[in-house]
Design a protein around this ligand. Structure first.
Ligand SMILES: *Cc1c(COP(=O)(O)O)cnc(C)c1O
Length: 232
């Protein structure tokens, strides 16, 4: 038997490199610096070993939907990777606010006054407040998280008063069956109107388009980690 002269390349590392290349290309095509786009690797439902593989390949920013799953994977990794950044991107229940505030660097799914209240209280108790993004339900879909469009301006203003510069920007998940670009444009114009620097939009299927529309965070799961296992 021959010994292979090089280690087999990791599929995950290859996929991650391909996504990074696509980000560079999309940023370049839009006349943007690719350093202005942060890749959030969405590791929800994938095992800790996949997160470790991505870390070994240089990825540092991760996204998880559920507080409990994030809490079981990420805090222990911070000792080895102090520059790791955890984003919570899923709909958040008020009774999870304290855990969320304890473990997250960024919470992307602030979408209602009761949650703002719960996060503010949790921040008092924990002595830390993650950066916050307001999730806007740009398609006004009844089953989705996110503040409805007609309530967004007021909610953004109130959160600005309450959280100051910890309120960093906006996030959206366009309706699955529609062209995402009008939703990306709407989110961008809302962020610009309110002077918010962070625009989180674009997933595996559409992150290059989101970058063309000025996304500063793209949340990519499947294109990096492969198909998701069933939810645990
Ligand atoms: C799961 C998820 C993603 C990643 O979706 P992919 O299509 O796998 O890239 C991005 N954003 C949010 C809010 C998600 O829940």
């Amino acid at each position: 038997m021959e010994t292979p002269s090089t280690l087999p390349s990791s599929v995950l590392a290859d996929r991650l490199a391909a996504v990074r290349q696509n980000i560079d290309a999309a940023a370049h095509a839009a006349g943007r610096d690719s350093a202005s786009v942060t890749l959030v690797a969405v590791s929800k439902f994938h095992p800790l070993s996949s997160v470790q593989e991505a870390l070994a390949a240089g990825q540092r920013v991760f996204g998880e939907n559920r507080v409990q799953e994030a809490a079981s994977k990420f805090p222990a990794l911070r000792a080895t990777y102090p520059d790791l950044r955890l984003h919570l991107i899923g709909g958040l229940q008020t009774n999870k606010a304290r855990d969320a505030v304890r473990i997250a660097d960024v919470i992307e799914s602030l979408d209602r006054p009761e949650l703002a209240e719960a996060l503010a209280k949790a921040a008092d108790k924990e002595g830390r407040l993650p950066e916050l993004l307001i999730e806007v339900n740009t398609g006004d879909e009844p089953q989705k998280f996110g503040v409805p469009r007609e309530k967004a301006d007021n909610f953004i203003r109130t959160c600005r008063q309450q959280f100051g510069n910890k309120l960093q920007g906006l996030m959206c998940i366009p309706p699955a069956t529609q062209d995402p670009v009008p939703h990306f444009r709407l989110l961008r114009s809302m962020a610009q109107e309110h002077g918010l620097p962070v625009i989180s939009m674009g997933m595996s299927a559409d992150y290059p388009q989101a970058i063309a529309e000025e996304a500063t965070l793209v949340r990519v799961g499947t294109a990096i980690f492969g198909p998701r296992p069933p939810s645990p």
